[in-house]
Design a binder for this molecule. Structure first.
Ligand code: ADP
Ligand code: MG
Length: 493
């Protein structure tokens, strides 16, 4: 074990005796490298269309399972990329002799559930401004007529697809966006260092951080390093094992902008936290910019050392809220336009209503539709959408039942569960009941009559009235809107 150095490939040695969480991390790191390689080999479009959907499954002895969300995708990937995937995995980890491509089962238990492989940042990225036919028009736009190419440092790990230009701004993210823009314009200014971005998964934290990094790296004046907290830990441990901690520290402390993603990963990892704390202090004291993301605010990140928590909250703390319907529509419009695919407003509305969890899932659904449209040359109708996204839509529906909605809403406003179906009309119970109907319409696929039946056999027009009344109140009353939003979030999580 003492021979292990920073190269992730050397962690292969410890595969057998790794605990499940470590094993998973190791596999993920290798998978990220493989994805980078695949992306480089097959090209961006091909990768996004077919391979980005692959998720990691379990490793059993010498066989690794990879999942695909639909039969169609699985068959395609099996036919086209089976040997490539086998070869790449075997090169990464000699223990892996076979790669099995399987259909992801919607009912998988949490422990074996596939881990979505998020858009892995490509390595050594060179973005040539003359690349007219590249699939990244947004990069061309913001190259500000610079004649020379924008060269990203290999170590920056920045993904030039995540730019400010293709970040869609709406109410839930406008503050975080403005702060990010500000830091990209004037890094390390007082009040903005560190910049701490937090919010739920798939809402654009990583995107914004890459965008800041990319803006700054583009000027040629700053060296920028992006790293997930997990990778930070991994590299830190590797440096201890290879007795190169000094080099590791020096390397980190020499950057102008350090971006650490998903800091919550460091909870419970005391030594790594300590190391990060020192790096943090050294950089901030030297007038460098630090940008950190996490799933919670600094004060809610219990399990982080107090002194680190305090320092993290010292600069600008900006949260990204759950998406609103309007933002989802804007995102769909922007992404469809960027892909030059026409999608009817009806289909967009349907998607924005059904896929409410986060932008990542919304984007995934849209990408699949686009791939399908390109492949079969069929226009994307509502029927095609339902067919192609069958599995995604199903998993979203499965999440919430009307009973759960009634229970949560009743708890929230402290009314009896039986009042959800009782005939009482006092405002104190009628309003929560209306909210429950509204949420039932939003979060389940039940029809209005079906919903009515679950609420003490009410008529579908009563449900309709409740839905429009609640929508009206949401517009008028921000406190009420927040209540409903909170309930929706609780029900969806
Ligand atoms: P997080 O880091 O918060 O989990 P990401 O930044 O990885 O989320 O975002 C998930 C996906 O959604 C990415 O592909 C990202 O480009 C996209 N995305 C998120 N928010 C937006 C937005 N406001 N506009 C455009 N794309 C977005
Ligand atoms: Mg992220």
């Amino acid at each position: 074990m003492s021979e292990i150095n920073e190269d992730p490939a050397n962690f292969a040695l410890s595969l057998q005796d790794a605990d499940p969480a470590t094993l998973r991390s190791i596999l993920e790191i290798h998978w990220e490298r493989i994805c980078n390689r695949l992306q480089a080999e097959v090209g961006e479009v091909e990768y996004r269309t077919w391979l980005k959907q692959i998720t990691l499954g379990p490793l059993e002895e010498d066989e690794l399972t990879l999942y695909l969300p639909t039969r169609f995708l699985r068959d395609w990937v099996r036919a086209q990329y089976n040997s490539k995937l086998n070869q790449l995995w075997n090169n990464e980890l000699a223990q892996i002799r076979r790669v099995e491509l399987m259909l992801a089962d919607a009912n998988q238990t949490a422990s074996t559930a596939p881990i979505p492989v998020t858009s892995a940042p490509p390595t050594a990225t060179t973005v040539a401004s003359e690349s007219e036919n590249s699939s990244q028009p947004q990069v061309e736009q913001n190259s500000e007529a610079k004649p020379e190419e924008i060269r990203l440092d290999f170590h920056s790990h920045l993904d030039p697809r995540f730019t400010f230009e293709n970040f869609v701004v709406g109410k839930p993210n406008e503050f975080a966006y403005a702060c990010s823009r500000r830091v990209a314009e004037r890094p390390a200014s007082p009040g903005f260092n560190p910049l701490f971005l937090y919010g739920g998964v798939g809402l654009g934290k990583t995107h914004l951080m890459h965008a800041i990094g990319f803006e700054l790296a583009k000027t040629g004046k700053y060296s920028v390093t992006y790293m997930s907290a997990e990778k930070f830990m991994y590299r830190f441990i590797a440096s201890i094992r290879s007795q190169s901690t000094i080099e590791f520290k020096e390397e980190l402390r020499s950057v102008d902008v350090l971006i650490i993603d998903d800091l919550q990963f460091l909870i419970g990892k005391d030594n790594t936290q300590e190391e990060f704390f020192h790096t943090f202090n050294a950089l901030v004291d030297a007038g460098r910019q630090i940008i950190v993301s996490a799933d919670k605010s600094p004060s809610d990140l219990s399990g982080l050392e107090d002194r680190l928590r305090t320092r993290l909250g010292c600069g600008m703390v900006a949260d990204i809220h759950a998406t609103t319907y309007e933002l989802r529509i804007s995102i769909l419009e922007a992404k469809a336009a960027a892909a030059k695919v026409e999608i009817s407003p009806k289909v967009m509305e349907f998607l924005a209503h059904k896929i409410t969890s986060n932008v990542r899932e919304l984007e995934g659904a849209l990408n699949r539709l686009i791939a399908h449209a390109n492949l079969f040359g069929r226009p994307i109708t509502l029927e095609v959408t339902q067919e192609v996204l069958h599995d995604i839509l199903k998993s979203h529906e499965r999440r919430v039942t009307i009973e759960e909605i009634q229970r949560k809403v009743a708890e929230h406003w402290n009314v009896r569960l039986t009042d959800m179906s009782s005939a009482r009309r006092a405002r104190s119970v009628a309003r929560p009941r209306q909210v429950a109907m509204f949420l039932a319409k939003q979060l389940t696929s039940r029809s209005l009559p079906e919903i009515g039946r679950k609420f003490g056999n009410r008529d579908h027009t009563t449900v309709m009235h409740a839905v429009s009344r609640v929508a009206e109140l949401i517009e008028k009353d921000p406190a009420f809107a927040e209540d409903v939003e909170l309930l929706r979030r609780m029900l969806e999580s």
